[in-house]
Design a protein around this ligand. Sequence first.
Ligand code: PNS
Length: 166
Amino acid sequence: MRYHYFMRAAVYPGSFDPLTNGHLDIIRRGTRLFDRVLVAVLENEGKAPVFSVGERMELIAACTRDMPAVEVHSFSGLLVDFMQRVGASVVVRGIRAVSDYEYELQMALMNRELNAGVETIFMLPAVEYTYVSSRLVKEVFRLGGDIARLVPPQVLESLRARLQVV
Ligand code: PNS
């Protein structure tokens, strides 16, 4: 009998400025389905980010230390080109509410148009994170709100250091 081993790899792309517990939840769920989960941080300086790509990658690495299947990458240019370079054909994206769906559908179909071999799967985060986004987390933090349950402790610490809120 012959055994064939396939290393199933998925790419989880995003801005991750910063990583939230919602992202972390999707990453953990992804590791149950795939042998390797490549978290890919978009190099997009146009968005005036709070954290540099390097800082975001370090935070993701620190928060996923207990998940050996996770690798942290960065990419610029087209996602499908990055996927070709790393030899992955599955994109994972989290969908929180119906409002996410339209944009995600467009991206998934555009990626399919660019490379018919790329498959996108949508995953649902734990229900307690369905309203969490990097944008809102930053806004609430800047205004002095408590976000301790919404981001990993390392991210909270880095936000405190960066945005000087106590
Ligand atoms: O966390 P975000 O900002 O919602 O992630 C968006 C991301 C990084 C997945 C998307 O902007 C992307 O893939 N950008 C790379 C450029 C690209 O490939 N564009 C065409 C696909 S629609």
